[in-house]
Design a protein around this ligand. Structure first.
Ligand SMILES: [Zn+2]
Length: 54
């Protein structure tokens, strides 16, 4: 069973499983990374968005 690494809820859709976050936790996660705003973290966001497009 796949669960959200943020809140531990079960993930049922493929995208959420790939992200390891539920939709709401993923939005929060992205915002947090933006707030941190370091180049390294920006790369992580880009990678995640790229994966989402598949
Ligand atoms: Zn969650």
């Amino acid at each position: 069973m796949k669960t959200c690494i943020r809140c531990g809820r079960e993930l049922k859709d493929k995208k959420s499983i790939e992200r390891k976050f539920g939709p709401k936790c993923y939005e929060k996660y992205k915002k947090e990374l933006e707030e941190i705003g370091t180049p390294d973290n920006q790369m992580v966001i880009d990678e995640v968005i790229e994966g989402d497009a598949v």
